[in-house]
Design a protein around this ligand. Sequence first.
Ligand code: DQA
Length: 145
Amino acid sequence: MKKILVIHGPNLNLLGKRETNIYGTSDLKTINSEISKKAKSLKISVEFLQSNHEGDIVEAIGGAVKKYDALVINPAAYTHTSVAIRDAISAIRIPVVEVHLSNIYAREEFRQKSLISPAAKGSICGFGLHSYLLGIEAAAASLKR
Ligand code: DQA
């Protein structure tokens, strides 16, 4: 069975309480359980990591190559700042799908640039919780090819 790691970046542990007008009312547990259901329907196994620490995310990306077939990542605020996360993604050969709950291109100017997108296989943003589900489908489709 193919395995996908889903990485949630900083402050996503606060989902459901945090700026619900932007990020919705589902908490991370609910989002992860919806992701698990989607993965099960695609006969893919999924694991999760949430971290508020850039270095932990860099290490998880580097370590993923041995254990997983693809990555789905919401780098959250690091999207707009982290050369280290971008380089970690560029360094691995498994497909990486970038996801965001909100449409970062319709928000503040500083969010309209993703340092991660050029290193990812593709990006999905603006569909709330469904961005993750579409991300899982996209990762699964990349594995079939
Ligand atoms: C986010 C968008 C980022 O700009 C923000 O810093 C987040 C969440 C999203 O999922 O919409 O924390 O990645």
